[in-house]
Design a binder for this molecule. Structure first.
Ligand code: AP5
Length: 245
């Protein structure tokens, strides 16, 4: 995430305005990041956001932000979505798409966008295609990150996330300067509920069944760019930048 972009509209909904909006970019990138849970999409979105100026639009972050709302402020669909998420299952397409449509202004953003965790099913990808066509916008590429399963599980088990700005750390490979505190905003770090082993298994199954077919969907549209997620975040970022060139 670009530390300068607060993503208020994306995280809280269309009635909230970002206090600092991305500067108009001479070449706004509009990208989708694909890959299994824990492969490092969020980490790459953060690095890409810093260098390209575009916001990381993570659907998972929107659902996690909704957890902090008072239960009476949540719609029934949102409360139900949080139950799905806690178990590691996919949230129903209708709930996800309603939420994205409500934030369509973020897709129009002059800084571009980095969609992280959306689309996740073929139905969501088809809906995104329709939304972008209505907005006369086009995707530049779909970045698909690959890593063997055992490496992914170790990335997930050590992950810690900032409760305020959502920056992502890892206990061993990307520790914060001060234990338990975010380097960017000083917020406290927590372990996600769906990083428990049982929920991780369910998430991997959902990925194989519903999300992996998206690689073919985007390959057929000549948008898929496959990138190895081996190595350090910076090495993977360099590979990504090279692929985008
Ligand atoms: P979401 O929040 O999207 O989670 P995810 O796709 O499961 O992906 P993660 O955030 O777990 O992993 P990541 O690939 O971003 O990895 P990260 O960079 O954090 O979704 C959560 C849930 O919400 C879903 O299960 C579902 O219920 C629901 N949901 C969301 N969107 C939905 C949709 N569209 N439809 C339906 N349901 C939806 O990295 C992981 C760790 O590894 C970190 O600790 C990081 O520091 C570390 N790391 C990263 N890169 C490296 C590296 N190169 N070397 C070493 N460590 C690294």
């Amino acid at each position: 995430m670009n530390a300068k972009n607060d993503r208020a509209t994306w995280l809280k909904g269309a009635s909230f305005h970002c206090s600092i909006e991305p500067a108009p970019h001479p070449r706004p990138y509009r990208l989708v990041l694909l890959g299994a849970p824990g492969v490092g999409k969020g980490t790459q979105a953060e690095l890409l956001g810093e260098r390209l100026g575009a916001c990381q639009l993570s659907t998972g972050d929107v659902f996690r932000a909704a957890k902090t709302l008072d239960p009476c402020e949540r719609t029934p669909a949102l409360s139900q979505a949080l139950d799905f998420m806690q178990r590691g299952e996919l949230v129903p397409d209708t709930t996800v798409l309603d939420m994205v449509r409500e934030r369509v202004g973020c897709l129009r953003c002059q800084g571009g966008f980095l969609l992280d965790g959306f689309p996740r099913t073929v139905a969501q990808a088809e809906a995104l295609e329709r939304i972008l066509a209505e907005e006369r916008l086009q995707l530049d590429a779909v970045l698909s990150y690959d890593l063997p399963l055992e490496r992914i599980v170790s990335r997930l088990s050590g992950r810690r996330t900032c409760s305020a700005c959502k920056a992502v750390y890892h206990q061993e490979t990307r520790p914060p300067k001060q234990a338990g505190k975010c380097d960017q905003c000083g917020g406290s770090l927590f372990q996600r509920e769906d990083d428990r082993p049982e929920a991780v298994r369910v998430r991997m199954e959902a990925y194989e069944k519903s999300t992996a077919p998206l690689a073919d969907f985007y390959r057929r549209r000549n948008l898929l760019v496959s990138i190895s997620a081996e190595g350090s975040p910076e090495e993977i970022f360099q590979r990504t930048a090279e692929a985008l060139r």
